[in-house]
Structures are given as C-alpha cells and as structure tokens.
Design a protein around this ligand. Structure first.
Ligand code: P6P
Length: 334
C-alpha cells in the first residue's frame, strides 16, 4: 500500500521547487486547503441546514447569490487572513478587491483571486460545484496597501492556481507551475491526500462540453466546430459547473467551450477567477486554452476584476482543430 502523502507534506516537500521558497506560498496553499475542508463540510450537508437556496441578492456581476456562495466567500477570506501571506483578495462575490488585515510585523507578498463556489446554482440539486483560485505576487510596494494593478495581471503571471471539486469525493487540484497534482480529501483523517500525482491531459478525448441549448446563438464557425464534434461521435457532457466540466476533460481528454452569444457578447465566464486559473492548470497538464477569437487566455491583459472572456479549453489537438474551424469559417478577419 502506498504511503499517505498529505497536501501539507507535499507542499513542504515541493517548496524547494519554488524560486521564492521562503515558506510564504506554502502558508498560503495550506490556508486554502483549510478553507476547502471547511467549505466541503457545509457543502456536504447543505440539504440539512438552512444554507440552501438563494440569499435574495445579486453579486458583483449580477448573478443571484446562493447562501453557500456567501458562506464559502467568508470562509476563504477568513482562512486567507490566517498566515498573513495574502494582502488582499478579489472574489466573484465582491465588487472591489478586499484588503486583508496585515499580521504584526509581516509584509505579505501575494494576492489571491477566487470564485468561492463556482456553479453554485447547482447546489440545490446536488450537482458538483467547485472553488477556483489563483495566486499572484503583488506588484505594489509590500510596505503599502494592495492596488488594483496587483490583480490586473495576465494569467501567465500566476505563481499558483487550482480548484477544489466538491463531488462524489472532494478533490483539490493545484499547480505552482511545475506540473499538476490532485489530492483527495480523506474525511476519516481530515486530510487532503495525494491521489493523482503529475496529471497529464490526453492529447484528445471523447468528450465535448458546451451548452447545446445556445447552438443557434453561436457564431457560424463555432456551430461548424460543434457539428464536427458531433460527426466524430464525441460524447456531449455539460454539467453547468465549469470546474466539474473542465475537471472531466483534464482527466479524460476533450474540450470545453463557452463561446460568445448575443446575451454574452464577450463570453459569460470571468477571466480572473474562472478562465485564468483553470487555463493555467490545463496548460501545465499539457492542454491549451484560447478565446473563441483565438487569443491565448493566459496572455490577455485584464482591464477589470470581473471582465468576461470566451473560452475553448482542453486537449491540445482538439483546441488546435477548433482554431482551424474558426480560421476557416469565421466571417471576421482572424
Ligand atoms: P450556462 C456557473 O454559473 C457558470 O459560471 C460556470 O460554472 C458554468 O460553466 C456556466 O456558468 C454555465 O452557464 O449559461 O450554460 O448556464
């Protein structure tokens, strides 16, 4: 039987891989692991306590907020304040970034972006949801407050990114830019244990993931590509929870698409805390992630905390094929 390697042990052991190996990032990743355990506890019993349903308000980007969204957001902020390594956070649930109280005598080097509970509209029907996070080194003076520029960094500047999938089991997947590793929560010991070392995304897969209901609203080149996937007898799988949909193709290969529509002319998914962290992970695992206008997601210069992006993310060969369809059928010069 393989020896159990906990998330904490793994992070400490890999700390030497990280150029700034002075322990700050280690502390930050451990804070996120603690928050994930706390959120998991509530997600797993959401049906038993008065935490289902919607809180009767909208978040920064106009989406209805589930009670568990608010709970997860509060817990992440609380846990990220513990080690003093994070000076501010930007969350889907907050209009502006949120400075965190500095710890006595500590100048924190990082900021964290996160979607506390992605896909939360699925909670009430017991469909997997997830937390998505990304970690940047701040650009502002460590002795001063965080600034917006600390957050408006390209995805390629991420020092770490990951997600937690609250599904049939609870899985934390992360990367610090040297490969991707997955950890499954063992509830009997309350630890995330290494379960999927060195994840490599297959070059192609049997799945495509898109909201087929919007087919007639997509541009012609996306419809042609979706027809191609169907002609190849690929299997359509779409949960409506980006973390779960992308997780499947990370492990089994495939492509996830959220193109522009009339309702979302720039795409629906948010660049900073959905597209960038998941694209960082997918690229680290050998996959690709581009906008439906063919720009590499991680190269986009963010202009706003909550800006949206179109996305095609998944197996490298399949993303390349999608690019060819856009180039061949697009009415726009690409
Ligand atoms: P649609 C969940 O609300 C989310 O932000 C992503 O997790 C998911 O992929 C997408 O929106 C689903 O959007 O328009 O297909 O319901």
């Amino acid at each position: 039987m393989n020896r159990i390697v906990t998330l904490d042990e793994f992070i400490l052991r890999r700390q030497k891989d990280f150029p700034y190996a002075t322990g700050e990032l280690t502390g930050l990743l451990r804070d996120i692991g603690v928050a994930a355990k706390i959120v998991n506890r509530e997600v797993n019993k959401a049906g038993l306590v008065n935490i289902l349903g919607f809180a009767g308000e909208e978040n920064a980007t106009g989406d209805r907020v589930a009670k568990l969204d608010i709970y997860a957001n509060e817990k992440l902020i609380e846990c990220l304040s513990n080690s003093g390594e994070c000076c501010a956070i930007a969350s889907e649930e907050n209009e502006d970034f949120v400075p965190l109280p500095p710890l006595e005598g500590k100048s924190s080097k990082y900021v964290v972006v996160f979607d506390p509970l992605d896909g939360s509209s699925n909670i009430d029907v017991n469909v997997p949801v997830g937390t998505i996070f990304g970690i940047y080194r701040r650009k502002s003076d460590p002795s001063g407050p965080a600034t917006l520029e600390d957050f408006l960094q390209k995805g390629s500047e991420l020092v770490a990114a990951g997600y937690v999938l609250y599904g049939t089991s609870t899985l934390l997947v992360y990367s610090t830019g040297r490969g991707v590793n997955g950890f499954t929560l063992d509830p009997t010991i309350g630890e995330f244990c290494l379960s999927h070392p060195d994840i490599q995304m297959p070059g192609r897969g049997r799945y495509y993931s898109v909201n087929q209901g919007y087919y007639l609203k997509f541009d012609v080149e996306m419809r042609r590509y979706i027809d191609y996937c169907s002609d190849l007898n690929l299997r359509l799988r779409y949960i409506g929870s980006m973390v779960a949909d992308v997780h499947r193709i990370l492990f089994q290969g495939g492509i996830f698409l959220y193109p522009n529509t009339r309702k979302y002319p720039h795409g629906k998914l948010r660049l900073l805390y959905e597209c960038n962290p998941l694209s960082f992970i997918v690229e680290q695992a050998g996959g690709k992630a581009v906008t439906c206008q063919l720009e590499r997601i991680l190269d986009i210069e963010p202009q706003d905390l909550h800006q949206r992006a179109t996305i095609a993310i998944g197996s490298a060969e399949m993303v390349d094929e999608m690019v060819e369809f856009v180039q061949r059928y697009s009415a726009l010069p690409v």
